[in-house]
Design a protein around this ligand. Structure first.
Ligand code: SER
Length: 340
């Protein structure tokens, strides 16, 4: 018989690494990790198997699925918003075709296992598109159905994949004889900018926040690529992982949607720089906005309303801004760069 596993795609990315750690700490010892890049060595030991490969490689999946039955998908692999703008068609292939492949594989697995298969999907604040700064300031926190007019390829990809997930969960094979099969239990989280103490993001547009803190801890000057008054929502990585795991565990009957905002604190780049300087007084942070990347962050809302997640499955972040900096980021980042 095939061994039952939890698949994590994008396992070498920031969310992937933190998720492997958290799941294995909880005793999950059947993780199948997949990424185009190698997963760092200490994390490999926490996995059943680690595979370097592409989510678009269907013969790789054929091989893996002859060995493993996947009962839960954490589909994290994606090209983030800045990188995707440099190669939009390639981003579409990875972000959309990759997700479609995974959804089809999840259907296959559900048929084999005779039960619905969970499909966890990180979506993003990038699905929103505010028309101008005045509207962005006036609107404040956006709810899931509001202002979904993304201006980036990544945002379009994430929004469409949410729709695909909902389609596969609720309407796939709706014209087949008999009752709708409902193979997939699709659950998506719209994350704001994520900040980790242990890893740095690559290719995102919220990257200035983690970058300024990690640079300060290494005594490296940082030129922030957005204006000082740029306001976005943020979440500490432990809360992002908590949200993924809690949503995965939430009883299906409590969920009124396939898609949930989750967030913690909304701050300007200037406020984040001031916080960083209070921990690292020598930090050299200057602002040199890159107009194209600025346009992207200007189109994202100042905040996300996560009331639906709070009501349906009891979401609440553990880390507000103060705890994020004082208890999570600063001590761990100091230790990482030997600044004790
Ligand atoms: N952090 C991501 C990005 O900047 C947003 O999901 O692309």
């Amino acid at each position: 018989m095939r061994k039952e596993v939890v698949l994590i795609t994008g396992a070498a990315g920031e969310i992937g690494q933190a998720l492997i750690t958290a799941l294995s700490d909880k005793g999950v010892n059947n993780i199948l990790a997949l990424d185009v890049k190698p997963v760092p060595r200490p994390l490999r030991e926490r996995c059943e198997q680690v595979v370097v490969g592409d989510i678009l490689d269907s013969s790789l999946f054929d091989r893996l699925l002859s060995e493993y039955a996947i009962s839960c998908f954490y589909h994290l692999a994606a090209l983030l918003s800045t990188r995707a703008e440099f190669m939009p068609e390639a981003a579409h292939r990875v972000n959309v075709e990759g997700t479609l492949n995974l959804l089809r594989r999840a259907v296959e697995q559900a048929i084999w296992l005779g039960e619905r298969v969970k499909f966890m999907f990180p979506s993003s604040v990038a699905v929103y598109g505010m028309p101008d700064l005045a509207t962005k300031a006036a609107v404040g926190a956006v709810r899931e159905h509001q202002w979904t007019e993304p201006i980036t390829m990544y945002g379009c990809n994430k929004l469409y994949c949410e729709r695909l997930g909902r389609y596969y969960a609720d309407y796939y094979q709706q014209l087949a004889a008999g009752p709708d099969p409902h193979y997939i239990d699709f659950r998506a989280l719209r994350f704001p900018g994520l900040i980790s103490a242990f890893t740095m993001p690559t290719g995102g547009t919220t990257d200035y926040a983690p970058e300024m803190i990690h640079y300060a801890a290494q005594d490296r000057p940082y030129r922030c690529f957005v204006r000082e008054d740029t306001r976005l929502p943020f979440l500490a990585m432990p809360d992002a992982i908590k949200a993924l795991i809690e949503l995965e565990c939430a009883p299906a009957e409590r969920l009124t949607s396939h898609v949930y905002n989750v967030t913690s604190f909304s701050r300007t780049a200037g406020e984040l720089a001031a916080r960083t300087k209070s921990a690292f007084p020598d930090a050299n942070i200057t602002f040199a906005p890159d107009l194209s990347r600025q346009r992207i962050v200007d189109s994202w809302p100042v905040d996300q309303d996560d009331g639906r997640a709070r009501t349906d499955w009891g979401w609440a972040p553990d880390y507000d801004e103060t705890r994020t900096f004082e208890e999570y980021l600063i001590p761990n980042i100091r230790a990482k760069y030997n600044q004790l």
